[in-house]
Design a protein around this ligand. Sequence first.
Ligand SMILES: [Zn+2]
Ligand SMILES: [Zn+2]
Length: 366
Amino acid sequence: MKKNLIKKFNKKKNKHRTSMRQRCTLLRVVATCMVWLGSCVDARSPNLYQTLGLDTSIIDEKTLRSSYRKKAVETHPDKQQQQQQQQQQQEEDQQDDGSGAASMSSNRGNAEMAFQQVSEAYAMLKHKERSQDTVEDVYIPLNQILTKGTNIVVHYQRRTKVPCTACLGTGAPNGGSPSPTICPTCRGAGTSTLTWGCHAGQPCIHMSGTCGTCGGQGRIGQLCRVCRGVGIVEELREYTIEFPTGSLHHHTLRAVGEGDIANQSSRPGDLLFRLNVQPHPLFELMEGTNNLITRMEMNIKKLRTSFAMQIEKLGGERQGFLSFNVPSYPEMKQGETRTVTLTDFTDYGDLVLEMKAREEVWSFTS
Ligand SMILES: [Zn+2]
Ligand SMILES: [Zn+2]
């Protein structure tokens, strides 16, 4: 019995190792929206949707079932073997050296693992409610986003809540049933508190310790050792995200099925990387565009005459200053504003200079 368990565990481990290439490939599919899984870390469990050949997590049970069936047929060891035998035969016909037997059996093992992975992914997705998408904010400086160049590469790490693969998210050993239930005494906390006194003006004594009902596990029943019966584990996942320069504020990149699961009876939603342009001391993005605006107060006398002005370029002092002429506004009144647009101020848009007339403001222009 024990031996079997160990065998099964090793099999699981091997399965994770051999499916690395598949995982890398499946995540490259997500790359249609420019999200890549940077280094495919060995500890990472598979993306459940893509294991079933799905490129979206917004699906119903029917789609899920038919995708599973299709993938199960595709990865079925017998079919795989049949194909390999045919291929082998062709090769053998060409060069008859008889070295094919060993590789045939290891291929059989790989095929079984792929097939098992498909079945497990289906078990972890079916009859579950889709979790909400998880949003991660990524901050990028304004000048970087508005300067033409290669994509802006961001490396991102996060701990993701995923179904425990050891128990297929059930919390019971080896994915068995029934799933453990939350301990009624401690309500899952694993500790319970007793209170003495606290009445008729008596002092209170709170005593806490390990819950006797569940032995501190928080759950009752046979528990999976990996997730301690919770059915959920946290996994460190790494991403390399690429935002093209010129992307708009709050532009999002979607990694299908990479979001957290909300609870044991839910399946993963997507992970959204949301671009946030870092605030700049001088310039502000105009909503929904890549155009900038800067607001300043100016001496009214100055505004009534034409004058030359300099403004610091986006990259700061290193980029130098831009000189231009401000036309005269003879009718300008206190508190009124005028705007000057400097077209193509950045690689991706204009700058709107909003000048507000103030009597008392000291003119800082030349
Ligand atoms: Zn308890
Ligand atoms: Zn588990």
